[in-house]
Design a protein around this ligand. Structure first.
Ligand SMILES: [Mg+2]
Length: 470
C-alpha cells in the first residue's frame, strides 16, 4: 500500500434526487424519491429529506410510499443523469488518466498516477478544488474521500456525506476502522453482518481478533481471507481505468415481431438467464443491468439500472430487466431484445455471505417475478411523472402526475421561481414531451450559482405534494 492518501473516491450526494431538485425549484428542500413507479418498482435514490422518513435506495416503492406518502415520486431521467455524469467524469479525467467509474455518480481516481498529488496537502487541495469545480459545472454537490487504498477512500467519502471531504492519514487506518461496524467493509451486507454477529463479531477490531482461520471457518475460504485482510486495512487493489471486458450482453432478433407483452417478458427473462451464464462463465459480476429493445419501426431504446453492488445472481438480473421493460412501450411489436450487464467488478457481490448461502441480499429481489404486470394506461406511459414537457402557451414544465385522462404539469425551469400547476387533457394538442433543460445555463457554467437563495424561495412555493394522481 502506498504511504500517501492519493486515492480519491468521489460519490455525488443523492445524485438522481439532487438532479431532480436542481431541475425543479418547487422540490428543493422537499422529500423526493426517484425510481420505478410500477408494481415491482424499487427506489433508485431518495433525497436527504426523504431519508429522514426511512426511505432508502433498493427499497420497494410501495414501502417508500407508506413511509413518505407526501414525497414527490419521479420516474428516472437517465439521459439527463448520464449527461451530467459525463461532465463530472471529464473533471475527474483532468486529474488523472486512471479513473475507475463504479456507476454514473461514483468513481475512484489515482491522483498520484496523474501527478496531481503526492502527499497529504496536495491530495487535500485536489479534493477541495474538485468539489468546487463540480459545483460550478453542475450546481450539484459531491463528497470526496482520500486515503492510501480504495477501500479506505470509499469509507472516507461515506463519512464525508453529504457535501464534505474526509482524508484518512496513512498509518491511522487500523485505529480508525477498529471500532467501526463490520458492515462498513465492502462485501459485508446484512446477511454476513448477522452471521458474524451470531458469532460474537460486530466490530472490525473483533474481526481482526477472531483471526484468519476462524473467519475462513465462518464464511468460507475465499471470503474469509478477504475479510481478514480488510479487517487489517490491507487493500492493494489498483485503480483500473479500463476493464478488459466492459460488458457482457446477449441479444436475439425475431423473424416475426413479438406483440404479446407476456411473451416479450418471458423472452427478457430467458435472455437475462443466458447473460448471467455468460457472465459467470467469465468469472465476472456487474452492477448495471441494461435492456435493449428494437421496436417494429426500428427505433432502438436502451434502459439501464444500477444496483447497489455488483451481482451475478440470475434472479436479481431477471428482476432488474423486468423492471426496465416496464418502462418501455412495446405496443407496436418488438423485433430485437437484448440484456446486458456492465460495470463489471472484481468483488462478486455486495453481500458475500448472502451469495454463498444462496440467500438474497437485496430486499427488492424478494418480490416475485411471476406477478403479472398491471398494465399502465397509454396516458401514464406517455406522460411519466417528473419528465419534461412543453406547452405552446405556458412553456417548459414537468409532469406531476397523470391519470383519468388528465395530466398535471408544473411549469418551472432550473432558473425560475417555483412554478404553478395546471391540468390538461392527455391529448391536448398544445402539450408535447420535451428534452430536459441544462441545470446550469450555458455560459453561466463555471460561475457561482445562488443555490441557497433559491432553496429559501422553495420553502413556501409548494402547496400540495407532487405525488402521482394515478
Ligand atoms: Mg451517490
Amino acid at each position: 500500500m502506498r504511504n500517501a492518501p492519493t486515492i480519491l473516491h468521489l460519490d455525488m450526494d443523492a445524485f438522481f434526487a439532487s438532479v431532480e431538485q436542481a431541475s425543479k425549484p418547487s422540490l428543493r428542500g422537499k422529500a423526493v424519491v426517484v425510481g420505478g413507479l410500477g408494481p415491482r418498482g424499487v427506489v433508485a435514490t431518495a433525497s436527504y429529506e426523504a431519508r429522514v422518513f426511512g426511505v432508502h435506495s433498493a427499497m420497494p416503492m410501495a414501502q417508500a410510499r407508506r413511509l413518505a406518502p407526501n414525497a414527490a415520486y419521479l420516474v428516472p431521467r437517465f439521459g439527463l443523469y448520464r449527461s451530467i455524469s459525463e461532465q463530472v467524469m471529464a473533471l475527474l479525467r483532468e486529474l488523472s488518466p486512471l479513473v475507475e467509474p463504479l456507476s454514473l455518480d461514483e468513481a475512484f481516481v489515482d491522483l498520484e498516477a496523474g501527478g496531481t498529488a503526492w502527499d497529504e496537502p496536495s491530495a487535500r487541495l485536489a479534493g477541495v478544488k474538485l468539489r468546487a469545480d463540480i459545483r460550478a459545472a453542475t450546481g450539484l454537490t459531491g463528497s470526496v474521500g482520500l486515503a492510501a487504498s480504495k477501500m479506505l477512500a470509499k469509507i472516507a467519502s461515506e463519512e464525508a456525506k453529504p457535501d464534505g471531504l474526509v482524508l484518512i492519514e496513512p498509518g491511522t487506518e487500523r485505529a480508525l476502522l477498529g471500532p467501526m461496524s463490520v458492515r462498513t467493509l465492502p462485501g459485508v451486507g446484512p446477511a454476513t453482518g448477522d452471521h458474524l454477529r451470531r458469532a460474537g463479531i460486530t466490530t472490525v477490531d473483533e474481526l481482526a481478533e477472531a483471526g484468519e482461520d476462524e473467519l475462513v471457518r465462518l464464511v468460507g475460504k475465499a471470503h474469509g481471507h478477504a475479510l481478514y485482510a480488510m479487517a487489517l486495512a490491507q487493500d492493494e487493489r489498483p485503480v483500473v481505468a479500463e476493464r478488459e471486458t466492459k460488458s457482457v450482453s446477449v441479444e436475439d432478433t425475431y423473424d416475426v415481431d413479438i406483440h404479446d407483452r407476456i411473451r416479450v417478458g418471458l423472452e427478457v427473462q430467458r435472455l437475462a438467464d443466458r447473460c448471467v451464464r455468460r457472465l459467470r462463465g467469465a468469472g465476472l459480476s456487474g452492477r448495471t443491468i441494461v435492456l435493449k429493445v428494437r421496436r417494429y419501426d426500428f427505433s432502438t431504446l436502451t434502459r439501464s439500472e444500477t444496483l447497489r453492488g455488483p451481482t451475478d445472481d440470475p434472479a436479481v438480473v431477471r428482476e432488474a430487466a423486468s423492471r426496465l421493460l416496464d418502462s418501455v412501450d412495446t405496443t407496436g411489436g418488438v423485433r430485437l431484445l437484448g440484456v446486458g450487464v456492465s460495470g463489471l467488478a472484481d468483488y462478486t457481490q455486495e453481500d458475500l455471505f448472502a451469495q454463498a448461502a444462496g440467500v438474497r441480499a437485496d430486499p427488492a429481489a424478494e418480490e416475485t417475478v411471476a406477478e403479472p404486470v398491471a398494465e399502465e394506461t397509454p396516458a401514464e406511459r406517455h406522460w411519466p411523472s417528473g419528465h419534461d414537457v412543453r406547452h405552446t402557451e405556458y412553456g417548459h414544465g414537468w409532469v406531476q402526475g397523470s391519470g383519468l385522462g388528465r395530466v398535471t404539469v408544473r411549469f418551472e425551469t432550473p432558473d425560475s421561481e417555483p412554478g404553478r400547476v395546471r391540468t390538461f387533457r392527455v391529448d391536448d394538442p398544445d402539450l408535447e414531451r420535451a428534452d430536459p433543460l441544462p441545470l446550469v445555463p450555458a455560459g453561466e457554467a463555471g460561475g457561482e450559482r445562488a443555490a441557497d437563495v433559491r432553496l429559501e424561495g422553495a420553502a413556501n412555493g409548494v402547496g400540495a405534494a407532487a405525488g402521482d394522481v394515478e
